[in-house]
Design a protein around this ligand. Structure first.
Ligand code: F6R
Length: 239
């Protein structure tokens, strides 16, 4: 793992540069997307670079990590809606080549087909990840087997509480999600992990310097050969 520590603005720029480099080398790259607060600075930077003609996504394809069960793409808290509003509308990626797991069709076969679609597209070149306070990546909560592929999960109370800030009340936070599995994530050729803020400091220490264990799902990234970790000073405070 290569670890970079700087301000939130600077790490967003550094992560954006990884996209610029990849898309110059491989314009039809397959990108793995994430939602949440953490990538917002990066997405704003990508939108800026795209509008300035410094990067183009016109031949790229994107597969997102996860989606809430029960929310369709028109719901303003769905991850499809988040991606459209915070990234896809502002860059030149063809919307038909952007994929988010279905939160409506929760048939296990449909979830597994997501992994097949990724494989058929050639596999993910660069997967972006945030990290939950409990170490989840995607919505792979502690205890998820490292061999898991895209599947439906029950969200932990800690995750529902953390995400309640986006809803009117915790009761509105979905109880389940569909997420790429840990194996799906680990199959990506390269990975960017980002974390911002002091609430992430403990789990970042466990992820980077702790034991590799399903109890800290992100710790599996220690076993991946090509991971860049971008942290702000607060998230890196305990390293
Ligand atoms: C989002 C996702 C989650 C988030 C994580 C951190 O698609 O899969 O793992 O990355 O919950 O969320 P934020 O960035 O809001 O702290």
């Amino acid at each position: 793992m290569r670890v970079f520590i700087d301000t939130p603005e600077k790490i967003a720029e550094m992560a954006a540069q990884k996209y610029v480099d990849l898309l110059r080398r491989k314009p039809n790259a397959i990108l793995g997307g994430a939602t949440g607060s953490t990538p917002l600075g990066l997405y704003a930077q990508l939108a800026k670079l795209c509008s300035e003609g410094k990067v183009s996504f016109k031949d790229a394809t994107s597969f997102n990590l996860d989606e809430y069960v029960g929310l369709d793409g028109t719901h303003d808290q769905s991850y499809r809606y988040f991606m459209n509003e915070n990234l896809f509308k502002h860059i030149d990626i063809p919307i038909e080549r952007t994929f988010v797991p279905s939160g409506i069709d929760t048939d296990p076969a449909t979830a597994a087909a997501y992994d097949e679609a990724i494989k058929a597209a050639g596999g993910i070149d660069m997967q972006l990840l945030g990290i939950g306070n409990n170490g989840h990546i995607g919505f792979n909560e502690p205890g998820t087997p490292f061999g898991s592929i895209t599947h439906m999960v029950e969200l932990t109370e800690s995750t529902r509480t953390a995400n309640a800030r986006f809803f009117n009340s915790i009761d509105e936070v979905p109880t389940h999600a569909v997420t790429m599995g840990i194996k799906t994530v680990m199959n990506a050729r390269s990975i960017i992990l980002m974390a911002i803020g002091k609430a992430k400091a403990e789990i970042i220490k466990a992820t980077i310097q702790g034991e590799v264990t399903p109890q800290v799902p992100a710790s599996v990234l220690q076993l991946h050969p090509d991971v860049d970790v971008f942290l702000d000073y607060e998230a890196a405070a305990l390293l």
